[in-house]
Design a protein around this ligand. Structure first.
Ligand SMILES: NC(=O)c1ccc[n+]([C@@H]2O[C@H](COP(=O)([O-])OP(=O)(O)OC[C@H]3O[C@@H](n4cnc5c(N)ncnc54)[C@H](OP(=O)(O)O)[C@@H]3O)[C@@H](O)[C@H]2O)c1
Length: 212
């Protein structure tokens, strides 16, 4: 049975998953790279930033679960591009010609456009549909594999509130952002729907897994 999974979703100590002031120069706004430094230091994350090496310990063991068994991704409009990307007909996402998804990838937006076929198996499809409907479409495209929910926080919060997430891996980093978009707002008692496990690692981050 196809599951709906979230991996490596990172929040600050005060619960923010992105900063304020998103722009083409600053995909995470004033947060810069502070949220994802833990992942860029792993063997999984370093190549994504064009860096050599990377750790092979517990952080890496979590990080690399992002890929196996995934047949499609759904993401929010503000993960796909900076504010106003819909006005730029040439915008093709942040990730260059060969994005790191390698599956059909559904971008939720109230201003959909024609699909974009990229190198490496990623095709971006643009959908204006409620989360449950988008998930059905992605599950069909995933042909029995799991669907990854890529965030950002606004769309992930909607999916969590609608009970659509089976496995949630959240990483909390010891950074205070003070402002931005929070993940947990309005989700009181969510932990009661899951088995929750927590691991803190020597890098100073804490991994939470919420599994049904
Ligand atoms: N910390 C992490 O691990 C992590 C992970 C992923 C992304 N991010 C960051 O998070 C930020 C983006 O997050 P965000 O919370 O601002 O936005 P988001 O969740 O990426 O996107 C929200 C937007 O998606 C569109 N949308 C959502 N649901 C929809 C639906 N059912 N139907 C149609 N459109 C829908 C709407 O935009 P429109 O209708 O205006 O298009 C909505 O405003 C970026 O900085 C990104 O880099 C962080």
């Amino acid at each position: 049975m196809s599951r709906t999974r979230v991996h490596n979703f990172t929040i600050s100590l005060d619960g923010f998953a992105t900063g304020e002031g998103l722009s083409a120069e600053q995909p995470f706004g004033h947060a810069g790279h502070r949220l994802h430094q833990w992942m860029m230091a792993t063997a999984f994350g370093a190549p994504i930033m064009g860096l050599p090496g990377g750790s092979s310990g517990v952080d890496n063991a979590f990080a690399q679960q992002h890929e196996p068994g995934i047949g499609a991704e759904i993401m929010g409009s503000r993960k796909f591009g900076p504010p106003g990307w819909q006005d730029d007909p040439n915008w093709r996402g942040w990730w260059g010609p060969n994005p790191p998804f390698h599956t059909p990838t559904y971008v939720l937006t109230s201003r959909p456009r024609s699909p974009l076929e990229m190198e490496g198996g990623t095709t971006f499809h643009f959908l204006d549909a409620p989360g449950a409907e988008a998930l059905k479409i992605a599950q069909e495209a995933a042909s029995g594999k799991d669907v990854r929910i890529g965030g950002g926080p606004t769309m992930l919060r909607d999916f969590l509130a609608a009970g659509l997430i089976d496995h949630l891996h959240v990483v909390q980093v010891p950074v205070l952002l003070g402002r931005g978009v929070r993940l947990w707002d309005g989700l009181e008692g969510l932990e009661q729907q899951y088995q929750v496990e927590t691991v803190s690692t020597p890098s100073g981050v804490t991994h939470f897994t919420f599994s049904r």
